[in-house]
Design a protein around this ligand. Sequence first.
Ligand SMILES: *[C@@H]1O[C@H](CO)[C@@H](O)[C@H](O)[C@H]1NC(C)=O
Ligand SMILES: *[C@@H]1O[C@H](CO)[C@@H](O)[C@H](O)[C@H]1NC(C)=O
Ligand SMILES: *[C@@H]1O[C@H](CO)[C@@H](O)[C@H](O)[C@H]1NC(C)=O
Ligand SMILES: *[C@@H]1O[C@H](CO)[C@@H](O)[C@H](O)[C@H]1NC(C)=O
Length: 464
Amino acid sequence: MFQKIMLKTANVFFLVAIILLVYNILNFFGTPESILTSTNQFRRRLVSVEVNRKSIHEQDAANNTIDYVVPVEEGDQTEEKSAIFHNVSKSTQCIDKPLKKNIEQRGNYYVLYNYVMAERSVRCYESVTYSTQGDLNFLDNLVPLVERWKGPVSVSVYAPGTDFLLALRTILYLRECTSPLIKEYVSFHLFFEAKYTPKINSTPLLGNNIMEQQKYITCKMTPPHQIVSRDQQFRTKNNLLYPINVARNTARLAAQTHFILSSDMELYPSPNFIPKFLEMIAKNEELLQSDEPQVFVLPHFEVEEGYDVPMDKTTLVEMVQNRSAIFFHEHLCRRCHMVPYSYRWLNTPETDTLNVFGKTKRVGFQKSWEPFYVGTNDDPLFDERLTWEGQKNKMTQNYILCLLDYTYLILDNAFLVHRPGIKKAKVQMNEYAEIVNETSFFVKQTIKPEINSLYGTRPGCDLK
Ligand SMILES: *[C@@H]1O[C@H](CO)[C@@H](O)[C@H](O)[C@H]1NC(C)=O
Ligand SMILES: *[C@@H]1O[C@H](CO)[C@@H](O)[C@H](O)[C@H]1NC(C)=O
Ligand SMILES: *[C@@H]1O[C@H](CO)[C@@H](O)[C@H](O)[C@H]1NC(C)=O
Ligand SMILES: *[C@@H]1O[C@H](CO)[C@@H](O)[C@H](O)[C@H]1NC(C)=O
């Protein structure tokens, strides 16, 4: 009798122990708020910020992986589309890249890749990524941009100190309260100097920040980037120079697609670019078989304040003829931006397809050329020591392209148009003359010799 009772008690203890164990295990996986000790948990926090918490934890429990990856949707592919993708895949031989969060230390900066992720993940051959950058004051450009692009956008946002929270809320506001395409297509990478790592109350940056901040967003509010004026922002108050090339590189590197247009956020693309570009690549197998490396150039324009950004080349050309549009920075640096054969470009009537209209090298009149183009992540990166204020931040990369004998293929029916308002003078020349001067010197005395040691020289290529 006594023995029987002992046995029963032991069983009960055993059961309780098991229940406690199971409870603890469940609790462990269910609360990412538990103390941050290992890197694994650190990364788990980064992952768990996005909405899809349930599936993350299920995955966690099942095979202890911590990276939440947005699955690729096999959308409504028509036969024609599939044939195009097939050809692009074949001729690029590209490899898919998951859309996932991670943190990188890059020089003096921390970069939080995909801090706020697009909801749609794409295969490397099925689209073209618009890769761009800015601080929080530029983010409203994303709405007209993505409405025209209708495809993946990879954007790096410089957000040191207290600018981080403003930037994050601006992003959440744009996602909730403007075009639905923002949520669908735009992935945001936030970065800052290590010494200006932001602190948000007690919540770690890699914690549940996004969910937490979501609570403060209502669509009736003043957009967060308009609440704190530019001169009250952290970057301005601390006189921080804008590390434009850290931003350019990180946005480009985070792109999921093989083809990438690395551009400035205020440059709006001509509509339907992606399907037309992929069709061109699919139809012309020989285009990518050239031995020389190459990029595809989109001519870029400015329009007068008060005019709409033209939707097609025909309207754009009419605007150039009546002087309501001009080639980009025509008044400022003709050599830097003038597209070769520009008059032939204007005089070639618009068609439904996209084609290569002319080829050029960056020599002769073009030796200071700084075009915007579709390239890939095989192209050289931008020198991260250069800033927006100091200028010349694209020159050294284009110089390397010249040394590597890149061919610039100019597209006939595609273009970029700057947000309306024609620039008469560069801010940098007045406000940052000293930094511009120092940068010029640095490029000539330091960077150019380095590049020549690395890549050699080539007749016709120049870096001034
Ligand atoms: C582990 O995670 C992967 C996704 O990364 C999933 O496909 C797989 O089914 C999971 N394994 C198990 C045992 O659930
Ligand atoms: C795919 O490439 C083949 C040639 O390799 C070509 O005949 C075919 O038209 C291409 N398909 C599309 C949709 O461009
Ligand atoms: C210039 O051309 C555009 C496009 O046709 C038109 O909308 C605009 O009104 C014209 N402007 C002037 C000043 O003629
Ligand atoms: C630019 O720097 C050089 C020396 O590096 C100096 O001689 C020159 O006066 C400076 N020019 C301006 C406009 O500051």
